[in-house]
Design a protein around this ligand. Structure first.
Ligand SMILES: O=C(O)[C@H](O)[C@@H](O)[C@@H](O)C(=O)NO
Ligand SMILES: [Mg+2]
Length: 382
């Protein structure tokens, strides 16, 4: 049970996803990007894994913090190990981030499941074996036939309904799109999608993240007329007061926070302050499955749903183990990309979706990722 080794391998894989200056993904030509895999190994030879950007798992962080906390410890003590690592953040000069905590906690959960030969969501306490997915569309762009016009969004939404999605979230246009942000254009895209898919499909928006209160109110009021299920991150989430004002002035549910710091503690403050109607968490955002589950359970105590940010197996297991979460966010999607192609370092999809829009949680040990270790070795750079 004791952890005897913590290691990181960095490898390159090919993707057509390119990040813009706000970190939002857009399609482009195939290019190679670096990714790191964290491996925790015990005296019994059991291993747990997590993927993260290489900078999140750089040597300094692993040596100075992660090894110091984990080596020699019982891997099953996830609660204690998470808190010990989190306490190192304060004195780390901002070097030990929530993203690193998330990777370590994810690998600990994966390790527990692989050692016991059980899927993680069953260890947490399963709620369901299949979860409804919404198609999370990439931010708009200026690509011919991409997501450049309201009609482009409508056409793509029809294709997503055809694929089986029962919910669709629009990330609308943001800089670096030359004319963005634009509330009127956001509403035109949302209206075109509603017209295209009809009233039976759940629609949500994830808008430009720095609108003013008045612009966010105008957007929200317009979405109310279109029967949208939630408005997400239309203003800077560092101002909880702005969100409390918005939630007080809108009928459409306000969902958040996604990107605000503070883990499950900040999300408790948002729920208590009435700054949102639906809470939000995400394994990468709050420091792991452990705090993501804490957010989910505190939301339940407030009678609130809590929607999970992001795809991939860690988030899927949180959704599968939670009653007060309606969706799995499957994406990000674009007309020029086939999401079901998966990743070249995994030999199967982590989130296979059937024609009815249900993602079936793989009945495999741990988080269930089928990792191609030969690919990783063949493409290893550190
Ligand atoms: O990079 C990001 O900010 C995320 O990909 C984000 O665009 C998207 O995942 C999101 O906000 N989902 O709710
Ligand atoms: Mg979002």
């Amino acid at each position: 049970m004791l952890i005897t080794d913590v290691s990181v391998r960095v490898f390159r894989h090919t993707t057509r996803r390119h990040a813009d200056e706000a970190g939002h993904a857009h399609p482009g030509p195939p290019h190679k990007v670096a990714l790191a895999i964290l491996t925790l190994r015990t005296e019994d030879g059991d291993e747990g894994y997590a993927f993260a950007p290489p900078e999140v798992l750089r040597d300094h962080v692993i040596d100075k913090f992660v090894r110091k906390v984990l080596i020699g410890q019982d891997h099953r003590d996830r609660e204690r190990l998470w808190h010990e690592l989190a306490h190192w953040q304060r004195g780390s000069a901002a070097q030990l981030t929530d993203r690193t905590l998330a990777a370590v906690d994810t690998a600990l959960w994966d390790l527990a499941g692989r050692a016991l030969k059980q899927p993680v969501y069953k260890l947490i306490g399963g709620w369901r074996d299949a979860v409804p997915a919404y198609g999370s569309i990439m931010c708009g762009d200026e690509m011919e036939g991409g997501l450049a016009t309201p009609e482009d969004y409508a056409r793509f939404a029809e294709a997503l309904v055809e694929r089986g999605y029962k919910g669709i979230k629009l990330h609308t246009w943001m800089p670096p799109v030359s004319w963005a942000p634009d509330v009127e254009m956001d509403l035109k895209a949302c209206a075109a999608v509603r017209e295209a898919v009809g009233p039976g499909i759940a629609l949500m928006i994830d808008a430009f993240h720095w609108y003013s209160r008045t612009d966010a109110l105008k957007l929200g009021k317009g979405l109310e007329k279109l029967g949208f299920d939630w408005i997400e991150e239309p203003m800077d989430e560092q101002s909880m007061a702005s969100y409390r004002w918005l939630a007080d002035n809108l009928d459409i549910p306000v969902l958040g926070p996604e990107s605000a710091a503070g883990k499950h503690m900040a999300r408790g403050d948002w729920a208590a302050a009435g700054a949102c109607d639906i809470l939000r968490t995400g394994v990468s955002d709050v420091g792991g499955l452990t705090p993501a589950l804490k957010t989910m359970r505190l939301a339940e105590g407030f009678g609130m749903d809590c929607e999970v940010h992001g795809n991939q197996s860690p988030n899927l297991h949180v959704v599968a183990a939670s009653r007060n979460c309606r969706w799995y966010e499957r994406g990000l999607l674009h007309p020029f990309l086939d999401y079901d192609d998966g990743f070249d370092y995994l030999t199967s999809l982590s989130d296979p979706m059937d024609a009815q829009g249900l993602v079936h949680v793989p009945d495999r040990p741990g988080l269930g990722d089928e990792i191609d270790f030969d690919f990783i070795e063949d493409n290893r750079i550190a």
